[in-house]
Ligand binder design. Structure first.
Ligand code: GTP
Ligand code: MG
Length: 331
């Protein structure tokens, strides 16, 4: 196995290594995820030394083939993109929108009004990711960062049952972390490295990514601090998804009523910061009993809209619902 120990790096002795692991940086993967600013803060070393050490760690990961080189040909990028895993949503509609499913090495941000199905999608993906590859999953576990206290194991059970999976086994592979404030939310992600490896995590859910930041940093005066902190969190999420080759699914609410007089009421909270660090952005909207999903911002998906619905089985195609109703009526 490749040497991932912190002390395998020149310039990292036992003292530094202890300080780092106390702060959740357990190996050189974590070191690269956190970056030089954090490393310098944790260890007290000056920033230049920290940059040096993080660069060495990065170099070693590149040599081990765990990380992409700085300068690569398009052919290599193309090859690496073949390694990207996709988790099917279990619906034709959303899979079409996502071009096969929710991708690893990327953050997918879903934003939309209350009740538009964001949390339901998160629950559905918790089950789908556990399926074998042939069935659209990645045979992986889940880290669910719950900031709004809306994670419901009962929903997981009903979705798993509907998909023919053993609910007990499915529950066992979902690690739930409740975040009590934005600093705690950040801390959970900072310390996620070992959890990801131990539990073969292939999906990180953050529901919601911005809620706590919004609640804590109210008013114009604190807006820039909020954006900075949120920015840091989203970048950490992006790096985690890339370094560990896992999918990240983050939700976001839309601006609430006081703002709707001015401008677009469906603008996501967190504005540009979240937009720039998430790779894919999808907008969910209620339309009667159905839901509309629109791909808003993607480097390679066409901008399009699809219709889906929420059922006992999680997110579903609208036709499925109609078929089921028809069958029930016939019986
Ligand atoms: P906020 O977190 O409030 O911003 O909303 P959200 O977008 O996360 O909404 P959520 O995913 O919680 O969607 C809630 C909606 O899903 C409900 O209004 C129901 O319409 C639907 N729903 C949730 N559970 C079930 C279920 O077991 N069966 C069916 N048929 N629908 C469900
Ligand atoms: Mg929700």
């Amino acid at each position: 196995m490749d040497d991932l120990r912190l002390e395998s790096l020149e310039g990292v002795g036992p003292v530094t290594s202890k300080k780092l692991s106390d702060a959740g940086v357990h190996n050189i993967l974590d070191l690269v995820v956190r970056g030089p600013v954090d490393v310098s803060e944790i260890t007290g070393m000056d920033i230049d030394t920290a940059v040096n050490i993080v660069n060495k760690a990065r170099k070693q990961l590149i040599e081990d083939g765990k990380l992409e080189k700085e300068f690569v040909t398009a052919t290599e990028i193309y090859k690496r993109r073949q390694d990207i895993g996709k988790i099917s949503t279990g619906t034709n509609a959303l899979d079409t929108l996502f071009d096969g499913g929710i991708e690893t090495q990327a953050v997918t941000e879903v934003y939309g009004e209350f009740g538009s199905g964001k949390t339901q999608l998160c629950h559905t993906m918790c089950v789908n990711v556990q399926k074998p590859k042939e069935e659209g999953g990645l045979d992986g576990g889940v880290l669910y960062i719950d900031t709004e206290n809306t994670f419901r194991p009962e929903r997981i059970v009903s979705i798993a049952k509907a998909k023919g999976l053993d609910p007990e086994k499915v529950l066992e592979r979902i690690i739930v972390a409740k975040a009590y404030n934005s600093a705690h939310q950040e801390l959970i992600l900072q310390e996620a490295g070992p959890v990801i490896e131990e539990n073969k995590i292939k999906l990180i859910v953050v529901d919601s990514a911005v809620g706590l930041f919004r609640a804590e940093f109210l008013g114009r005066g604190t807006l820039s601090v909020r954006q900075q902190r949120l920015n840091k969190f989203m970048h950490l999420l992006t790096r985690t998804s890339e370094v560990y080759n896992i999918a990240a699914l983050a939700t976001n609410q839309v601006q609430s009523s006081p703002d709707t007089f001015f401008g677009d009421p469906t603008r996501p909270i967190g504005g540009n910061v979240v937009a720039h660090s998430s790779t894919y952005r999808v907008y969910f909207k209620k339309s009667g009993k159905k839901r509309i999903a629109r791909m808003v911002d993607s480097p390679h998906h066409p901008e399009q809209e699809v219709l889906f619905t929420v059922t006992e089985a999680g997110v579903a195609d609208p036709e499925e619902e109609t078929k089921k109703k028809k069958k029930e009526l016939e019986e």
